[in-house]
Design a protein around this ligand. Sequence first.
Ligand SMILES: CC(=O)SCCNC(=O)CCNC(=O)[C@H](O)C(C)(C)COP(=O)(O)OP(=O)(O)OC[C@H]1O[C@@H](n2cnc3c(N)ncnc32)[C@H](O)[C@@H]1OP(=O)(O)O
Ligand SMILES: CC(=O)C(=O)O
Length: 530
Amino acid sequence: MNEAKPLAGARIELLDTTLRDGTQAEGVTLSVRDKIAVAEALAAFGVDLIEGGWPGSNPRDADFFEAMKGRTLPGGARLTAFGATRRRDLAPEDDPSLAALLEAETPVVTLFGKSWTLHAREALGVSLEANLAMIRESVAFLRAAGRRVVYDAEHFFDGYAEDPAYALATLEAAAEGGADTLVLADTNGGRLPEEVFAAAAEVVRRFPGRTVGVHTHNDAELAVANSLAALRAGARHLQGTVGGYGERAGNANLTSLIPTLVLKYGAELKAADRLEGLRELAHFVDERANQTPNRRAPYVGDAAFAHKGGVHVSAVLKNPRTYEHVEPERVGNRRRFLVSDLSGRSNLLAKLAEAGLELAKEEAGPLLEEVKALERDGYAFEGADASFFLLARRLRGAPEPFRVDAFRSWTGGDAHGRWQAEATVQLTVADRSVHTAATGQGPVGALDNALRKALLNFFPELEAVGLADYKVRVLEGQEAGTASVVRVLVEMKGSEGRWSTVGASANVIEASLKALGDGYAYALVRAGLA
Ligand SMILES: CC(=O)SCCNC(=O)CCNC(=O)[C@H](O)C(C)(C)COP(=O)(O)OP(=O)(O)OC[C@H]1O[C@@H](n2cnc3c(N)ncnc32)[C@H](O)[C@@H]1OP(=O)(O)O
Ligand SMILES: CC(=O)C(=O)O
């Protein structure tokens, strides 16, 4: 099996730069505590090198390296500090940024230098010769202090396209200084896989005694493809970030590259044994970075193995390989079936089976018709499993846990901006009716309070159940204006977890009542109280 895989048996060193380039992403900041936690998680996952930050850049990164002194990372992972070659007018021993790299006391240093004549001349403002000296001397300085140097050749592919001899000369300077790893960067993220392959192959051929690496950005959505191209050309060191966080459009996404390399290319990565922890790692980093996980992320996103089209679901139920490129469990993910107006009966049966409700395929026709009709009217069941479950139950003739006979909700205000909302609900359970009133911050809050109050008369167990999230979306609002249908999605939480419901109406209060009603009804059904 492995023989057919393009990188079978190739050992690839993984350098994760989430803590450095990842924090160059707009909106991403990590505290020292976050950085420590992420470093530990990356190490436990099997990353070889963890680039912790640029200690010469800011006190937080310096504090991180200080805090990491004396700590041993799990799995033999090593920490690397990142920095630039010496300033053009300073000797290495006088350069504060190089001093900070040594003070970080990491066994490995990642040093970036310029490969592109444009950058040497314009960004640094030095002669091409002077840039070579900056690279050579800075690397040698760090080597003399006993550090392993991973040399990041910034803009290598752009430089190589414009002046290949000079770009190669910069690598030569780094190699002369003592760098054992020469990392070719597509810093602007605009090169093509063919170009990357050709340039990387040439570097591999010219530097047989060094490890060649790759660091790519995603500005043309090619960071993963370009990384793979370099690895196929013989690079054996890979840089990237969890989730692809990084400067501008981001870096090569390791959460995509790692499983692709292991499962499809047959590469040998230390992380290969921990692949089942990939989704958890991705979510952990998102959590620490305060980012909403990307549902559509390959391998690790919630939607990565979510099947919606009826034709797909029908086939997946027969054999998952029909519409899945890998088994979700391999990367710690799971298969999901969605219900919508694109469903066939198979979707419904699979979804109900998940909830422990068995239905024969012949019985599913009326339910499917109802789902499609309601979706035409504004409902969306794919994000509202609990409402779908109740709909199925309803169509099978199961009794409703309660009935709302009447409701009112109104909001008043005065010229001083003082607002008040109040709602009343009349509700029947079995043969008993109650009538309640409640106030709230707004009309929906007041309605929820009145509904809860009424239900608590019958089901004190609902004390533990509450609203977790509430979203409104106006459908086809352009034409109908304020008379548009709105869809309300509600998330509820209780001691047994969370569940979602939906309601739709041209009246936002009615749509809310439907979604809230389903939310409480589901809690009662699930608890066996109805
Ligand atoms: C490709 C990459 O992603 S590299 C990493 C980029 N990351 C960051 O920039 C985040 C951290 N950066 C910082 O905290 C700050 O930019 C610092 C502390 C490094 C420098 O701050 P300042 O001294 O105020 O300089 P400033 O940021 O304005 O400009 C960058 C300087 O670095 C110089 N420089 C850039 N690359 C290199 C290099 N490889 N070697 C030496 N000097 C370099 C530039 O020439 C410029 O110096 P100049 O103003 O004298 O021309
Ligand atoms: C080193 C680096 O971050 C880059 O060239 O993009």
